[in-house]
Design a protein around this ligand. Structure first.
Ligand SMILES: NC(=O)c1ccc[n+]([C@@H]2O[C@H](COP(=O)([O-])OP(=O)(O)OC[C@H]3O[C@@H](n4cnc5c(N)ncnc54)[C@H](OP(=O)(O)O)[C@@H]3O)[C@@H](O)[C@H]2O)c1
Length: 263
């Protein structure tokens, strides 16, 4: 299926690994020019190579960025526009806010989670929106979590700030729809990124079980019976970014194997 986005420029947040990198690779396969970025410069070389391997015919650049910092985000967008031109597809993605209960959530952690997860999305959207309006076409996709539908225990800050992203995105979707711009959220369930496996390993160590046993416990809560692959989240993002999805806006798409029970 041709997604109709060949030659579009896509900027993907926190794409040195995990869901961001899988999405960058998928959009490269679809013929998009790609801007990847991440906090640590050392993951970017390998990530950029893998994006070019996905499609050697596209232009691809990598940028170091701290998504919690306004000036770093402004520099990122300036550099991407200089190297690739108008950003047509923005994938908002970042690391997860610090885990823990309400009692563990200090003001410092709340502010960090707010900047990393919410303000980074606001700032990136603000930077690319004028060009999207000018060209009367744009796709904004926010990777959030299934907690947009059902809070996840021990993720107090994440549960709260992701709802802020959801509220912002739904409101923005109406504001920009007449410009040919769609705004949607993807709500991933547990997905086998390296980080998720590491976290499962830490939980397993505390319980005195193997990481395989811990992953099996998680899988047993998912009707499909396994965790998602990063490529499955990326496929959802690619479809929402496509020309074909032009009438879909303001949604929060669960990609969770049926884990969330709410209607
Ligand atoms: N995987 C899942 O099961 C799952 C499920 C639901 C939601 N999510 C959410 O989806 C997002 C991506 O998940 P993932 O599993 O792909 O995570 P990941 O593998 O840890 O990737 C996140 C990337 O973000 C980078 N990052 C962290 N802080 C940053 C900053 N200030 N500026 C720029 N980049 C930064 C990380 O760099 P460093 O490694 O250097 O910190 C890492 O490369 C997260 O918000 C996560 O909470 C994931």
């Amino acid at each position: 299926m041709d997604l109709g986005i060949r030659g579009r420029v896509a900027l993907i947040g926190a794409s040195g690994r995990g869901l961001g990198l899988a999405t960058a690779q998928r959009l490269a396969e679809e013929g998009c020019d790609i801007a990847i970025c991440d906090l640590e410069a050392d993951v970017l070389d390998t990530a950029l190579e893998s994006v070019k391997l996905a499609n050697s015919g596209v232009r691809a650049f990598a940028y170091q960025v701290d998504l919690t910092k306004e000036d770093s985000i402004a520099q990122l967008v300036t550099d991407v526009q200089r190297d690739l031109g108008v950003v047509s597809i923005l994938i908002n993605n970042s690391g997860g806010p610090p885990p823990g209960t309400f009692d563990a959530a200090t003001d410092e952690k709340w502010l960090y989670g707010y900047q990393l997860t919410f303000l980074s999305a606001v700032r990136l959207i603000r930077a690319v929106l004028p060009d999207m309006k000018e060209q009367q076409w744009g796709r904004i996709i926010n990777f959030t979590a299934r907690s947009l539908k059902e809070p996840i225990p021990n993720l107090m800050i994440s549960n709260a700030v992701r709802l802020a992203v959801g509220g912002m995105a739904k409101t923005l979707a109406s504001e920009v729809a007449s410009h040919g711009i769609t705004v949607n959220n993807i709500c991933p369930g547990p997905t086998t990124t390296d980080r998720a496996i590491e976290l499962a390993g830490a939980r397993a160590a505390k319980k005195g079980i193997s990481v395989e046993e811990e992953l099996a416990i998680t899988a047993s809560t998912i009707p499909i019976g396994r965790l998602a692959h990063p490529e499955e989240q990326a496929a959802a993002a690619a479809f929402l970014a496509s020309e074909l999805a032009g009438y879909i806006t303001g949604i929060s798409l669960l990609v969770d194997g049926g884990a969330v029970k709410a209607l």
